[in-house]
Design a protein around this ligand. Structure first.
Ligand SMILES: [Fe+2]
Ligand SMILES: [Fe+2]
Length: 277
């Protein structure tokens, strides 16, 4: 299995790749390619794909980890470049109104209507786990969230005609079973990265976690939460950590200190290969 970092907040050192605040990974297994999130816009993704020698038409599926614009904004541009109808897998609530009021009221959700996507692709919406290719499935909704990871993100939605706090229940990850344990890929980990890892272990019945990849959204987390996250990772036996995007420098430094060589900072153009599949 291979994971390509198509776009990420950091471009890498002396890198020809473009960076953008957002996430887009390509997960490749047994000749099938799943595009995990689509950044804010298609241009840097398509630019970086060209450098990596990946044809957009070779994408077989799109998986959207949650509604945020920095994970969904490139979707239409990517689907146009793919040039045929492919499945787009996401949570059914991904199209809800989703906004922040800081520093002013604005939408931070998916910038497209459902019909615009359905013109180009086939939606597969479900809150449940869904196997996309053999051995790789969506975690579905992560309902059991650790107390210490419960939301500090101030985002809102409209429910029953009124403004309400939004707990981002559409946050889903991918989990791949490899001979050396699970590889868990997350977008922003709004459900809490420790909750996601525990959920993936319960879902698959596999206790060994080979790698966790993605943004952990600890950028504004307390020192206590960061310390506890690293400690729980070690206790769960997570072998390798690949993180960036919304993880934040303090949490990255904490993981680097605990994991040493087994920690890697994500950057656009990075390719991670999990051998033995
Ligand atoms: Fe994000
Ligand atoms: Fe997010």
């Amino acid at each position: 299995m291979k994971v390509y970092v198509l776009v990420e907040d950091y471009s890498g050192y002396e890198s020809p790749f473009l960076a953008q605040h957002g996430v887009s990974f390509l997960v490749e297994k047994d000749g099938k390619r799943i595009l995990f999130d689509t950044g804010q816009s298609a241009e840097p993704i398509l630019h970086n794909m060209k450098l990596l020698g990946i044809e957009p038409s070779s994408i077989d599926y799109v998986f959207l980890s949650h509604c945020h614009y920095d994970h969904t904004g490139g979707l239409l541009g990517i689907l146009k470049a793919v040039g045929r109808r492919i499945p787009v897998i996401a949570h059914p609530e991904i199209f809800r109104r989703h906004f922040t009021m800081s520093p002013y009221l604005r939408s931070v959700g998916i910038p497209f209507r459902r019909a615009e996507i359905e013109e180009l692709a086939d939606l597969y919406l479900t809150p449940k786990p869904l196997e996309i290719v053999e051995g790789i499935r969506s975690t579905g909704e992560v309902r059991s969230r650790e107390e210490f990871e419960r939301g500090h993100l101030q985002v809102y939605t409209i429910k029953n005609g009124q403004v309400q706090e939004d707990t981002i229940m559409d946050d889903m990850s991918l989990v791949a079973k490899t001979p050396e344990g699970l590889v868990i890929i997350s977008g922003c980990s709004h459900a809490g990265i420790v909750s996601i890892v525990r959920h993936a272990i319960r879902l698959t019945g596999e206790k060994r976690v080979r790698a966790v990849i993605g943004g952990f959204h600890l950028i504004d987390a307390s020192e206590e939460r960061i310390e506890r996250t690293v400690r729980e990772f070690l206790e769960l036996g997570v072998k390798e950590v690949y993180t960036g995007h919304c993880t934040g420098l303090r949490a990255e430094a904490a993981f680097l200190k605990a994991y040493g060589e087994r920690f890697r900072k994500l950057h656009s153009g990075m390719v991670v290969e999990f051998e033995g599949d």
